[in-house]
Design a protein around this ligand. Structure first.
Ligand SMILES: [Fe+2]
Length: 262
């Protein structure tokens, strides 16, 4: 059975021309490489937010639009806390519902459900009652991938307190997912970004995948919040065209690292 492959890139943090991010970081070069790499092996590319480096400015989005040209397959965007969702709808034709970037992409054997978990001026995320109701209506026997910027799981520690949806949203989401599963809905995974760390967990009986940032990784070193540079990474999701055998793997964007086995 032919398999469907999509890439999940996140937290690209593209600065405007002449603007700096963290020292030594090369987010634009990283994203350019990741998009080219993913385009060779994927039917489409999901980017779950923090497309812009800091505040979703025009100069950041001009630079982001430029690097997006490195993709030769469809790109599906969700906003992050450093983005401006209204601007993304206008500049990148991100579909919306009730002014939020909530939409569905129908893929062979799988439905990609994208939610806008951002709230203006807040670092953490939220989903309102209308969004939860809409999500409920999208879940059914066709397997779904539910994507948003903020993870629905706690990542532990005070430094990571805001790196998730707020408590009320988590309670509501848990109820929607649990009820949908009881009703026979299938969900491959709930996927997000925001943490700049690759994490795997479980939420209400569903796999949770937090994808690596293409720009830089976060972590605590002796209790100090740090970032780490390295080869850009992204998640690759694949499944049979009937929705069977979902697989997730981490991809490192550097084909020069490979050595022929035989
Ligand atoms: Fe980020």
């Amino acid at each position: 059975m032919p398999r469907v492959v999509i890439a999940h890139i996140t937290d690209t943090h593209i600065p405007g021309a002449g603007e700096a991010t963290h020292a030594d970081a090369a987010p634009t070069h990283n994203l350019h490489r990741a998009l080219q790499h993913a385009s060779r092996r994927s039917a489409g590319i999901l980017i779950t937010g923090d497309c812009a480096a800091k505040a979703g400015t025009d100069t950041e989005y001009t630079a982001f639009a430029e690097v997006l040209q490195s993709a030769s397959v469809p790109v599906w965007l969700a906003p992050g806390n450093h983005d401006d969702p209204a601007k993304m709808q206008r500049l990148f034709n991100v579909p919306s519902r009730e002014s939020r970037c909530d939409y569905v992409v129908e893929l062979p054997g799988t439905r990609l459900v994208v939610l806008d978990s951002t709230r203006a001026g807040r670092e953490d995320g939220a989903l309102d009652v209308s969004q939860l109701k809409w999500l409920d209506a999208q879940l059914g026997t066709t397997p779904a991938i539910v994507a948003m910027h903020h993870p629905c799981i706690a990542l532990g520690g005070k430094a990571f307190e805001t790196i998730r949806l707020d408590d009320a949203s988590i309670v509501g989401l848990r109820e929607v997912i649990a009820t949908a599963l009881q009703g026979g809905a299938r969900i491959h995974a709930m996927v997000s970004g925001h943490a700049h760390m690759t994490c795997f967990a479980e939420f209400a009986g569903v796999k949770v995948i937090v994808a690596p940032s293409s720009a830089y990784e976060f972590g605590l070193v002796d209790g100090v919040f740090c970032y780490q540079l390295g080869e850009p990474q992204y998640m690759e999701y694949s499944w049979g065209s009937d929705g069977s055998d979902f697989l997730a793997r981490v991809v490192t964007v550097d084909d020069s690292l490979w050595r022929t086995m035989y």
